[in-house]
Write a protein that binds this ligand. Structure first.
Ligand SMILES: NC(=O)c1ccc[n+]([C@@H]2O[C@H](COP(=O)([O-])OP(=O)(O)OC[C@H]3O[C@@H](n4cnc5c(N)ncnc54)[C@H](O)[C@@H]3O)[C@@H](O)[C@H]2O)c1
Ligand SMILES: N[C@@H](CCO)C(=O)O
Ligand code: NA
Length: 440
């Protein structure tokens, strides 16, 4: 089947991430989508930079309208930002019968009603997973995964820049301005960073979530918006002493007689998971009447995390174009004809690190015997802890516990080592082995 052709409007932070990830993961994405997705045309005011970003084989222009006018383009991805030219371009793309993918929360929070109506009338999709909490699939969760629920409230850290600023100020005692500059350098901040620090960006996102949670139009003009610029360092400290953290939260709640929609610095009990979301990470808590509390966590900004959401939308739209309606949402995520024979490995081939506890005779040379076995099998030791004999309750001074943490080792090799160590006369009880994962 002919590839789905995509035109990018704007190839800055998110646009270049989208181009790179789509290229790098082309094969797997095609197996999921049922059709190859190719960026064949890019518009950016900075043509030289755009050309350098995409290399040969992609048409680069400085006029976004040339992309929209190209009859070969199936999907237009708007990654320019703002309510100005982006609005006109999105409406023109819709009018031209193109599906649209956008990361532009400002545009949707303010002009979403007009844009969605135009798309509905024209029979095209406007997809915007990247607009809220970047790479976290929160739009999908709210719109598809939680459809059984009466959503009661949604609260989230949905601006990476401000969370980064608050974390760095608290942890490193850095200056507000210094941290903001760093967030800009890392590509987290909006073109106008006052949108971040004054809470406007978070309010755009909260507005979109409130619409999806409660089935109401997007109404940014009704949102209460307060940023972090008036937050005192002393308050962060006092909050901490009282067992709280201060986070900039976007909150939307269903209450008697209406919906609350607000962004402001908020004290959150320090023991809550969301209170421990640091740096540019985002997290959204959704409370539904059936499911209870659910939490979604991940990177809410940055080039490739945001691209991850843009491309998920491209896949969704592409799947609509597959011949078989059943395969629009393939049972196993990949198209049935695209399942691979990648083997599930036997446990002996699995590689992890290990915690070992050996009850040993407390005498000279035991540690050397044990580490000698590990070294002989090429197992590298990360840490060793030998407990004082009198710490081993009730066993007297004749025995002690030897705790060993290893680096990554093949399970089969570890089994050999365990057998050899267990056979030592100085090892007095079955060895405890617990696998260890760093998970980051
Ligand atoms: N950066 C992030 O982490 C992030 C995360 C989520 C959503 N977003 C949103 O994604 C969008 C893009 O953000 P970004 O960070 O990639 O911005 P960016 O400033 O890095 O990129 C925007 C690009 O658009 C180009 N451009 C400007 N006007 C144009 C025009 N008229 N025609 C063609 N090109 C034009 C610019 O030259 C630039 O290359 C914004 O809506 C932003 O809010 C960004
Ligand atoms: N400026 C935004 C980008 C992601 O939408 C942030 O800092 O979270
Ligand atoms: Na998202």
């Amino acid at each position: 089947m002919k590839p789905i052709q995509v035109g990018l409007l704007g190839i800055g932070t998110v646009g270049s991430g989208t181009f790179n990830v789509l290229k790098r993961n082309q094969e797997e994405i095609t197996r999921r989508a049922g059709r190859s997705i190719q960026i064949t045309m890019v518009a950016d005011l900075d043509v030289e930079r755009a050309r350098a970003a995409v290399g040969e084989g992609v048409q680069v222009v400085n006029d976004a309208r040339a992309v929209i006018a190209n009859p070969e383009i199936d999907i237009v991805v708007e990654l320019i930002g703002g309510y100005g030219i982006a609005k006109a371009l999105v409406l023109e793309a819709i009018a031209a019968g193109k599906h649209v993918v956008t990361a532009n929360k400002a545009l949707l929070a303010v002009h979403g009603t007009e844009i969605f109506a135009a798309a509905q009338a024209k029979g095209v999709m406007v997809a915007f997973e990247a607009a809220v909490a970047g790479g976290i699939p929160i739009i999908k969760a709210l719109r598809e995964g939680l459809t059984a629920n009466r959503i009661q409230w949604v609260a989230g850290i949905i601006n990476g820049t401000t969370n980064f600023i608050l974390s760095e100020m608290r942890d490193k005692g850095l200056d507000f301005e210094v941290v903001l500059k760093e967030a800009q350098r890392l590509g987290y901040a909006e073109a106008d960073p006052t949108f971040d620090i004054e809470g406007v960006d978070a309010a755009h996102k909260a507005t979109i979530m409130s619409a999806i949670a409660y089935g109401i139009p997007v109404q940014f003009d009704k949102a209460y918006v307060e940023g972090i610029t008036k937050l005192g360092a002393a308050d962060i400290k006092y909050a901490e002493q009282l067992g709280y953290r201060i986070k900039l939260l976007g909150i939307t709640k269903r209450v008697e007689g209406g919906v609350e929609l607000r962004v402001h610095p908020t004290l959150v009990p320090a023991k809550r998971l969301i209170a421990n979301v640091e740096g540019a990470m985002n997290a959204v808590v959704v409370q539904g009447d059936a499911v209870g509390t659910t939490l979604y966590y991940g990177k809410g900004a940055g080039s490739e995390p945001t691209a991850s959401a843009v491309i998920a939308d491209l896949v969704d739209i592409t799947r609509l174009h597959t011949a078989d309606p059943l395969n629009r949402v393939p049972h196993l995520a990949f198209q049935p004809s695209e399942l691979s024979d990648l083997p599930v490995l036997p446990m002996s081939e699995v590689v992890t690190s290990y915690y070992l506890r050996l009850r040993v005779a407390d005498k000279a040379g035991v540690l050397a015997q044990v580490t000698g076995i590990l070294a002989g099998l090429g197992i590298s030791i990360d840490a060793v802890l030998q407990r004082e004999a009198d710490e081993v309750a009730g066993e007297g001074a004749a025995q002690t516990d030897l705790i060993i943490l290893t680096h990554d080792t093949r399970e089969g090799t570890m089994n050999d080592a365990l057998a050899q160590m267990q056979a030592l006369p100085t090892v007095l009880a079955p060895i405890a082995r617990i696998r260890k994962e760093e998970l980051a």
